[in-house]
Design a protein around this ligand. Structure first.
Ligand code: ADP
Length: 426
């Protein structure tokens, strides 16, 4: 069953080099492509073992990971793709271990932005850990990929207009800031053959309005001068993350009502002008977040091409978030399960639902109990943000009477109680 090449599904395969590796990216890519060609297994999202009998790969590669759920095909097919349906697209990269480089201004004050070299070790795994329904992540990834392609191909912006500004808005703790960082990291990886270097500048909009308003204008100028320098280097892909943009609108409003010095208007205007200037550079993407939709500066909303609402997690997303938490606590031995087995795999939402409706007798009653409790816990956590959900297992553990010997089912019961308590304290 050989498909024509154009009928194949392109599946990204991400290859992380070891920190110590000095191998050429090109060489590793060909070696991985060769290895995949020989392989006749289906493509399922997740890691592929690095073949130990291939010394070059074993020496240089830390991880090989299939990321097929980005494609519609994979999603419709339970994320399983047969090898002959697939054309793997191999992306090889090395994580930067440098950490954030905080700009310290001349007066010793810590400044208002952080700079990261991408792909950064700190953001590794972040994309996978964020769980949304409705293809939000895929939509953002494709949007950004199209924007970069249009620019690269030199599409005339007077004829077809688009820009590279993304706005994510929604309640606090829904993962907006993390999603921006994770998106930047993904794009840095996926576009590294076109842009071998990539940076993320993280600005907190609120911090731009320093106590000394006269300083704020200077801060903005300095920040954008730095960004401009980065962008001039054509092999750089630059991401600018502006968090909490609602504070810009608030500052403008306060200035109009006279409660804040009019300097703040100048800062907001300077920021908007600078953003417009950046728009003409092909290799920059501006990511913005806001916790309140109504208060975002209209001038700002108008500038964003993609405005995505990021809401609190749905039942399915809550289940998946809690499942990943539980799985981690089982892996690390903090929780015990029925057979004291560390590698049990908790089923995903769809499978869990299915199995509870039509129990598979081979699975054992204890396992079914665990799935049932997990579903019930996810139901009980309605209304909680992703951030609170990720903290819940820790709080529940701290509330245990015997924290050194805890069975997963008992733990889930404690988690429901903790969730109730957390919510009553809101
Ligand atoms: P926001 O910017 O919306 O306030 P953050 O990006 O600061 O939210 O989110 C904080 C943390 O909450 C994230 O790092 C992540 O661990 C967790 N989180 C929030 N939403 C989700 C989600 N949908 N899926 C998984 N984790 C989430």
């Amino acid at each position: 069953q050989h498909l024509l090449p154009e009928d194949k599904v392109l599946v990204p395969v991400e290859v992380t080099l070891k920190p110590s590796s000095t191998a050429k990216i090109e060489d590793v890519r060909s070696a991985v492509e060769g290895m995949l060609e020989k392989r006749s297994l289906s493509y399922i999202d997740g890691p592929i073992p690095v073949p130990l009998d291939e010394a070059f790969l074993a020496d240089n590669v830390q991880r090989i990971c299939v990321c097929g759920c980005d494609s519609d095909e994979g999603r419709h097919n339970d994320n399983v793709l047969l090898f002959w349906q697939v054309k793997p697209i191999v992306h090889v990269f090395q994580l930067s271990e440098e950490g954030p480089c905080e700009d310290i201004s001349s007066d010793g004050q810590s400044s208002s932005f952080n700079e990261w070299i991408l792909p950064a070790k700190e953001f590794d795994g972040m994309w996978e850990s964020l769980i949304y329904e409705s293809g939000l992540k895929q939509r953002l990834l494709r949007y950004a990929a199209s924007a970069l392609l249009f620019t690269e191909k030199g599409v005339d912006p007077f004829l077809v207009s688009w820009n590279r500004i993304i706005l994510l808005h929604g309640p606090p703790g829904t993962g907006k800031t993390s999603l921006c960082k994770a998106l930047a990291q993904k794009l840095a990886i996926r576009f590294n053959s076109r842009y071998p270097q990539s940076q993320l500048i993280e600005v907190n909009a609120h911090s731009l309005f320093s106590k000394w308003f006269s300083e704020s204008g200077k801060l903005v100028a300095k920040l954008f001068q730095k960004i401009q320098e980065m962008v001039e280097e054509e092999s750089n892909l630059v991401f600018v993350l502006i968090d909490e943009v609602e504070s810009l609108a608030a500052a403008r409003k306060a200035a109009l009502s006279g409660s804040e010095p009019s300097d703040s208007i100048r800062v907001v205007n300077a920021l908007l002008t600078q953003m417009d200037k950046l728009k003409s550079s092909p290799n920059v993407i501006i990511l913005t977040t806001s916790n309140i939709t109504a208060a975002i500066d209209i001038a700002f909303v108008d500038r964003a091409d993609i405005k995505a609402y990021v809401g609190p997690p749905t039942l399915q997303a809550r289940y998946e978030i809690l499942r990943s938490c539980l799985q981690e606590l089982i892996r690390t031995g903090i929780l015990t399960t029925f057979q004291d087995c560390k590698n049990i795999m908790l089923p995903n939402y769809a499978c869990a639902k299915e199995r509870l409706n039509a129990p598979d007798l081979r699975e054992g009653a204890a396992f079914m109990q665990l799935c049932k409790h997990l579903l019930e816990t996810a139901e009980a956590c309605e209304g909680m943000s992703g951030r609170s959900l990720r903290k819940l297992p820790f709080l529940a553990h701290a509330a245990l009477s015997n924290p050194f010997d805890c069975n997963a089912i008992k733990f889930l019961c404690t988690m429901v109680e903790t969730a109730k308590r957390e919510r009553s304290e809101l």
